[in-house]
Design a protein around this ligand. Sequence first.
Ligand code: AVI
Length: 332
Amino acid sequence: MSDLKSPANFHWHDRDPGPELFSHAVLEGLGRTDKAVPFRFLYDKTGSDLFEQICRQPEYYITRTELCLLEDKAAEIADIAGPSVRLVEFGSGESRKGRLLLEALEDPAAYIPVDISKAALGAAARQAALDYPGLPVHAVWADFRTGFRLPLPDQGRIAGFFPGSSIGNFTRPQARHFLAGWRDCLGEGGAMIVGVDLIKPVAELEAAYDDRAGVTAAFTLNLLRRINRELDGDFQLSAFRHEAHYNPSTFAIDIHLVSRCRQTVTVCGQAFDFDCGERIHVESSHKYDVEGFQALAEAAGFSPQAVWTDKNHRFSIHFLTVAEISPSPVDA
Ligand code: AVI
């Protein structure tokens, strides 16, 4: 990725999880009684483009609410963060939100966007390097769920930034594990700024994950197209439908692909039978209340410093700092 045309302050770090993980995850996941494919595989180039379109759907309030909140509160966030921050953005995508913070921060020392989508990351990070010529930009192509070494140039407080309620795509124990893992990497004085979607009426939540234009449905069905292309699959996309329901016992929207008929599908030469109505779990999006998320952060070894919510109480942004005492052991 680093080539002659890249600006001098742009650096590319390849922590690619590798294609073999995709085939392994799909074959293992389709072989289970409760079929499932991990959500991270939704984000190939088409999936990432579709996700950007989801963010612009009228029903999907998350992106615009968080952006407004960030625009409103960036100065306060920057004030608490202090000068010379090295900003690590997990799931940076188009870097729109990271750039809002960069604009507000006093003399940031580095911008380290991390994303699994190579194309989106390369374009956005290179543009950030061009737009902020004095700022070292270290683009990390990686799955941020798995641990990896961060390129951390120079000195300065490290602030992780995990916007978009992507933390909601983890189960609660996974979210706690994720925070606890990065806590050690952030080190003393480190901070984490996390965007978290709030619990709200079911109709509003379900509409957000099943928009009328069918973009979210296209996003989940694209997983089958990806399997067909990369793993020699023969899924008929019209034989599956997208389904998104809120589960009040886990406070999560659960997204499935549902087989419209009894059928057999082949992937990498292996056959998988589907009953009519049988589902593949592809993603869950967990919702929190403010106190519940703060308790989870504390259990992961962080101290809540500040929290901002919009006036309709749809979304929250939490500023956490590394606590002096170690987190309690993660149980799952
Ligand atoms: C990326 N993540 C926060 C989105 C969400 O809201 O859980 C993914 C998504 N899936 C369908 N729509 C949005």
